[in-house]
Design a protein around this ligand. Structure first.
Ligand SMILES: NC(=O)C1=CN([C@@H]2O[C@H](COP(=O)(O)OP(=O)(O)OC[C@H]3O[C@@H](n4cnc5c(N)ncnc54)[C@H](O)[C@@H]3O)[C@@H](O)[C@H]2O)[C@@H](O)CC1
Length: 478
């Protein structure tokens, strides 16, 4: 499991470790890791031209010490001191001893233009707000120059704890982060500014109860996949009910069933007006037109994809005492009191637009503040929430505790119907007995992986994503 911690937790762990180490030892660990990552990126250090952008804090100190190490290996290193009187004293002395030069902001753009590598040591976890106006042009110059950009700890200008980007920020090809990932490195829009993230172990001891974000990896997902035992039957594997589709949107029903058939439940029951379309495509589906209550036993329901205005079905499903996933139209039709009052687990799966409507804010606000939005929805509805998008997030009911971030997402998934496939897949995992948070995060993982495999660099349709799910399972199980 990859984890991320808040600045507060990182700072506390740093203080604890610093008290036990000689002065400056921690910064040397960080600088050594940073210099090694820069050297790997450059390939050849000797003769390379490196520009360091140096702010007023320890983040600049890391960059200066790393610059000194690279200068000793024959790189031409120029440090641009953005606030010369406040640059890290020890780091500056080390750079000068190693033959590095310093320059003021006036010389910065010309140096950046000729550089092979630009190191962003402007701010790290102590940064507040976007880049200052006088520094913003340097970010643009770095982006123009063709030099590789390495951010120290995190790209300057992004919000480390939330992934929000409220002003100008550096865009890095590589971010070398220390001790642990930070939320801003895993959540869009900031994640996009970070490029590839390399974690350098500096010996921090971080308490597991303070985890802010979790990103499942292959091994975690493999452990959570429901596998049929030797003596099982379809009912013991779980039956998932899909209440979806309408005369107008029969395709949503077909796609949700397509996802559900690949999620590990023993049987898929479909309830709604699109039974003929579903049976034509998937004859193994148990179809009923008698409404959720009379459809027969299910262990979890999916309600909402393509549901149009059928509020009665949504209410009927919410009144059951099994786990319920509410998606798409269902989110609009569900009575918030009925959701909050449920005793069995509830999982809501909005995209940013649907989340915005539920929260009464704009879509841009949700996209700019995903972590806060998913927690807020989970708190308001006392339900688990999967917020779809460029980084899909999953919060547990109530919104406290670690939020899961899906690492397999791909923009190829931004295609009509892919959410219907996800809802069916997730419902199937719920029926098979996974918790709401596990079902949502495992489904998002498989769904993203499947889309990557199916796309392989070309557009995919939602049905391709559904068909690729077994391949994603096999890949995860190794
Ligand atoms: N504490 C430690 O032991 C370690 C810290 N390390 C490094 O130290 C960094 C944190 O250092 P600091 O706490 O000194 O904080 P930073 O270096 O991140 O920034 C603090 C300084 O930046 C200024 N500032 C804040 N926002 C700004 C903005 N938007 N534009 C320009 N200036 C801004 C502040 O006035 C302050 O002087 C970490 O990110 C990491 O790189 C590493 O060396 C590992 C060890």
């Amino acid at each position: 499991m990859r984890t991320a911690y808040s600045v507060e937790t990182v700072r506390a762990a740093e203080r604890e470790l610093m008290a036990r180490l000689p002065d400056g030892a921690l910064m040397q660990r960080a600088a050594a890791g940073l210099a090694a990552a820069c050297a790997d990126l450059l390939g050849r250090v000797y003769g390379s031209r490196i520009v360091l952008l140096i702010g007023s804090g320890d983040n600049g100190g890391d960059a200066l010490y790393a610059g000194a190490r690279l200068a000793r290996r024959g790189a031409g290193v120029t440090a641009i001191l953005l606030t010369p009187e406040r640059a890290h004293t020890g780091g500056l002395a080390a750079l000068r001893r190693a033959g590095g030069r310093t320059a003021g902001v006036d010389a910065a753009e010309a140096s950046i233009e000729r550089a092979d590598l630009v190191v962003d040591g402007i701010v790290g976890i102590g940064g507040k707000g976007g880049l200052r106006p006088e520094v913003a042009p340097l970010a643009a110059a770095a982006a123009r120059s063709g030099a590789a950009v390495v951010a120290v700890d995190l790209p300057s200008g992004v919000d480390v704890d939330t992934g929000e980007v409220r002003g100008e920020a550096m865009r890095a090809d590589l971010t070398v982060t220390f001790g642990t990932h930070k939320p801003g490195l895993l959540i869009d829009p900031a994640r996009e500014y970070a490029g590839v993230v390399r974690l350098v172990d500096i010996g921090l001891a971080l308490p597991s109860e303070a985890v802010e974000l979790e990103a499942l990896q292959h091994a975690d997902v493999a452990r959570l996949l429901p596998l049929p035992a030797a003596e099982t039957d379809k009912y013991r594997r779980g039956v998932v009910g899909i209440a979806a589709g309408s005369a107008r949107y029969p395709g949503a029903a077909v796609l949700a069933v397509a996802g559900a058939l690949r999620g590990g439940a023993g049987a898929v029951r479909y309830v709604g007006p699109a039974g003929d379309a579903v049976i034509a495509r998937f004859p193994e589906t148990l179809v009923s037109d008698r409404g959720p209550k009379k459809a027969g036993r299910v262990q979890a329901w999916v309600v909402g994809p393509g549901a149009g205005d059928d509020a009665a079905t949504v209410a009927e499903v919410l009144a059951t005492d099994v786990p319920v996933l509410i998606d798409a139209d269902g989110l609009r039709l569900a009575d918030p009191e009925a959701v909050r009052g449920r005793t069995a687990p509830t999982l809501m799966t909005p995209h940013a637009g649907e989340a915005a409507a539920l929260l009464g804010v704009s879509r841009e606000e949700v996209e700019g503040a995903r972590l806060a939005s998913v927690r807020e929805l989970a708190a308001r509805y006392a339900a688990a929430v999967l917020l779809k998008g460029s980084t899909t997030l999953v919060a547990g009911a109530g919104g406290t505790g670690p939020v899961r971030v899906n690492p397999t997402g791909t923009s190829w998934l931004a295609t009509a119907g892919s959410g219907d496939v996800l809802s069916g897949l997730t419902g199937s995992l719920l029926a098979a007995g996974l918790t709401a948070v596990d079902a949502a995060s495992v489904a998002a993982y498989l769904h993203g992986l499947s889309a990557r495999f199916a796309a392989d660099g070309a557009p995919v349709g939602a049905h391709d994503v559904a068909e690729g799910i077994p391949g994603a399972w096999r890949d995860v199980r190794g």
